[in-house]
Write a protein that binds this ligand. Structure first.
Ligand code: 4AD
Ligand code: MG
Length: 468
């Protein structure tokens, strides 16, 4: 049995071949006098493979009816192409029509808007742009594992269903098997959560950090890479309700070490995609963002700028620019502020550190000034925050104090406090938003277009076959 060859392998072939089997979807078909040109794409790469189907084929009538979107399996010879633009083509000896597609196939040749393509999320990976996005997504995921594995980090699978709100922002999706219309009630009339599946309130995780800390305090250097969920009603181009996050956590590491790791990591990923996704990046730089390659190379060449939150607020105030949200010490930096810092002030990725304790979660280490915590956010041009992290509070009494200040009961986090009770160590980590990183390396401006089936407010299945 002849094994199928991918279009990518065929196009990179060293020599002609007497026998080849290729399978894929018809992008276009053109008819000449004694044959048809079929442009075949199988998703293995951006480029199509040209197939020459001669009119002498037994089923040539069926070949003549092939339209965009149909699936075929082609046997023949791989021969040097006469035409410009490609080295190899297939001289078909057999063209099997596997599945036809009619004129209602939505991906006809002309360009479509991202909005239209979002409505057909199940078909859009067949377009050039989305094929490229999702191949890059796969390569980027692999590079993430490679980066950490090369450095001796252990991959930890943290739970998806959890009882704690790591970020304390109350943006949790509840997980319950109770009948929401008619839940069991306690004597005082409130819902009896003890009757729920896990005998308590549970949620989809917003972050694997707390569990990753437990593993870092045993295995030294760990990372998680998995889906996280946030019920935030932010209808922006950078927020999704289901997104993937990478969270390294390192024992015996402080804030400076954490910032170094984040910078090394982000640069490694850019370098990797630059090398391993060159063809797809060409497409992005042609059709999505003309400045992309220049920007990525520029980022690789320069150290990230570092600035404290206090200095950042000063710079923003001095800028003379009117922002939609006023700049105040003690307030969260808004996306417009973050972008101004990285795009206008520093013109390169910028790490802001030491934020006021009031605006950051309970687990961050209190600085000696007792006003700020060892938080750090990496901001990049075009997006704003891409990484959020910190050194963790390793002192038991201070951590308990932080919890109370945040309205949390230390008793509810007793396992987490054990990490401070038994052999506590300074440790630090961060979270990189996978989709935001993918937006950065592809130049794709909307997070909905780098997620196979995006989940955003008001949009979940079963619209358009699970789309949007
Ligand atoms: O800054 P965040 O909320 O940090 C944490 O969750 C920490 N527990 C991470 C840690 O220290 N281990 O989120 C981290 C990153 C953000 O910088 C952003 O890139 C991404 O996750 N992110 C989102 N991406 C897409 N959609 C959303 N709604 C996101 N919220 C955060
Ligand atoms: Mg953050």
């Amino acid at each position: 049995m002849l094994k199928p060859t991918s279009v990518k392998e065929a196009l990179h072939s060293e020599a002609a071949r007497d026998e080849i089997l290729v399978q894929g979807w018809v992008r276009t078909r053109r008819e000449a006098k004694t044959f048809s040109f079929i442009e075949l794409n199988d998703g293995s790469c951006l480029k199509n493979l040209q197939v020459i189907a001669p009119s002498t084929l037994g089923n040539y009538a069926a070949v003549q009816h092939l339209t965009t979107g149909a699936s075929v399996s082609v046997k023949g010879k791989l021969v040097a192409s006469q035409g410009a633009g490609q080295k190899w083509e297939v001289a078909a000896e057999e063209v099997n029509v596997i599945g036809t597609a009619d004129a209602t196939y939505p991906l006809q040749k002309k360009g479509h808007t991202p909005e239209f393509l979002r409505e057909i999320a199940h078909l859009r990976p067949r377009s050039n742009l989305f094929g490229a996005v999702f191949r890059t997504r796969s390569k980027l995921a692999f590079a993430i594992h490679r980066f950490f594995q090369e450095r001796g980090f252990v991959y930890v699978h943290t739970p998806i269903i959890t009882g704690s709100d790591c970020e304390g922002a109350g943006e949790l999706f509840r997980v319950t098997t109770l009948d929401v219309g008619n839940p069991p009630k306690r004597e005082d009339g409130l819902v009896d959560d003890a009757k729920d599946f896990f005998a308590r309130k549970t949620y989809l995780t917003v972050s694997g950090q707390l569990e990753a800390e437990a593993f870092a305090c045993a295995l030294g250097k760990v990372y998680t890479f998995g889906p996280t969920f946030r019920a935030e009603n932010s209808n922006t181009s950078r927020h999704a309700n289901e997104f993937w996050m990478i969270e390294p956590e390192v024992a015996f590491c402080d804030l400076a070490g954490d910032m170094d790791l984040a910078e090394e990591f982000v640069k490694y990923l850019i370098r990797d995609v630059r090398t391993n996704c060159a063809e797809d990046l060409e497409l992005f730089s042609k059709f999505v963002d003309k400045e992309l390659l220049k920007r990525l190379d520029f980022v690789l060449e320069r150290p990230f700028q570092r600035v404290s939150y206090t200095e950042a607020v000063e710079l923003l105030k001095k800028s003379g620019k009117t922002f939609e949200y006023p700049v105040e010490y003690g307030a969260n930096l808004q996306s417009e502020h973050e972008r101004y810092l990285t795009e206008e002030v520093f013109k390169c990725p910028t790490t802001v550190f030491n934020y006021p304790k009031e605006i950051k979660p309970f687990y961050m280490r209190l600085n000696d000034d007792e006003k700020t915590v060892t938080a750090m956010d990496v901001l990049v041009p075009g997006i704003g925050e891409i990484v959020g992290g910190s050194q963790r509070e390793e002192r038991l009494d201070v951590l308990e104090g932080n919890m109370r200040r945040h309205g949390l009961k230390p008793e509810d986090y007793s396992w987490y406090l054990d990490l401070r009770r038994y052999g506590t160590v300074p440790h630090a980590g961060f979270g990189l938003g996978f989709e935001r990183m993918l937006m950065f390396v592809t130049g794709v401006p909307n997070i909905r277009d780098v997620i196979p089936f995006a989940r955003t407010p008001g949009n979940a299945p079963p619209r358009s076959g699970g789309a949007v």
